[in-house]
Design a binder for this molecule. Sequence first.
Ligand SMILES: C[S@@+](CC[C@H](N)C(=O)[O-])C[C@H]1O[C@@H](n2cnc3c(N)ncnc32)[C@H](O)[C@@H]1O
Length: 427
Amino acid sequence: MKVTQRSDYTFKYNKKLGRHGWLRLTPAYSVKLVKEIIDNIRGSSFILDPFSGTATTGLVAAEHGLSAHCFDINPFLIWLGNAKCRHYSNDELSFLKAGIELSLAECKEFVKQDHWLPDIHNITRWWCEHTLKVLAALRQALVNQFGEPKKEDVSALAWIAFCRLIIETSAAAFNHVSLSFHDEVTKYEIEQIEFWYLKIVDAIAQSASEDIAGSATVYFADCREPVSINDVKYSHIVTSPPYPNRISYIRELRPYMYWTKFLDTASEAGELDWKAIGGTWGVATSRLQNWESNGVELSDSLKRVVSQILETEEKNALLMANYVWKYFHDMHLHLQNLRSNLKKGAVLSYIVGNSSFYGVQVHTEKLLEDSLKSLGFTNIGSKVIRKRNSKKELFEYCVYAIYEDRGKYEPRFFGAKQPKGEQLALL
Ligand SMILES: C[S@@+](CC[C@H](N)C(=O)[O-])C[C@H]1O[C@@H](n2cnc3c(N)ncnc32)[C@H](O)[C@@H]1O
């Protein structure tokens, strides 16, 4: 069996899976992949996902009756993740439906006036003026019933449905790794918006009514720093950090974050991306130009890769070299601090992707293995999961390790045949 693209190991697999499909984020990983990793984990285990994103790990763990904590630095994703993992009573869901009905009735009146619109650059590329007027009226009606978003109660479901509505009615296309736009925007009448919104709310409320056996909570935390939640020590880390490929999560999350007021300005978006590992949006790019490491000792292989990028003498060679350097520097800090959160024998599973800059291959899996080795982890290795791109030689791997040896360990086989020795690295 050769290494193939395996769309079942991507976010596409999650679209029809109840809570997992509420809102998509292209870099989210597949529920199937997480299930394969956690299938053999026992009920007494405690899972941590330090890069929660849309809380795929947390939700899969909770659905399996396990306990999980998740971290993220993006407040929108923390809010979304907690709404996805929460328990909802029948009374709460009835309250939601009643509030939605009142909102839709009010929307008919509100559409005659102008209402607040988010300050999204080139907004008419996303929605036409007419659709915007209807969306703004619905938003105002929802504010009147449920208050502004950000609350951690059942009202979050009304806002998640609204986020889904704005993306479904927009000209954004998510066919690629990052988003692009259709040439034309569609005009939606109020009746169509109402119809779609109700359909989305019904689907979300239906999956929210299905209870989950375990529990998962998403916390605000920068996982490069020491963090402790109630002194819990974790037995498993199951996660997918950003890849060093200059894909910005903020870029894709912008429409949701602006409409829900988690973001107000473009400069805020840049600041948030600068905090993210691998961040690359707006101000993050200019800061990278002058960025210097604060003394974290990194591997010779990384130094070689960084020098090779610099030696290409391409216009942005310094920027890209710093980008790669900072990415592995930040991941090293994360792994270094993570140790104090781990139980003896804890198993780490990191899903990562390799990348390439000006023809210089960045073997993320090998470079992270170097960090793990220097930090005293054992049983370190990586397995290829899938090919990420039809043209370039980009792959996804599971990098694994154990905190404080507990004997022989090798993770499950993720479907793809493992290439022999260094063959893959040299492709
Ligand atoms: C690849 S995404 C995770 C996707 C996730 N597995 C899912 O299924 O949705 C990486 C996440 O790491 C978060 N992140 C980046 N830097 C971080 C940091 N320093 N501390 C905590 N979270 C961070 C980003 O905000 C993003 O949500």
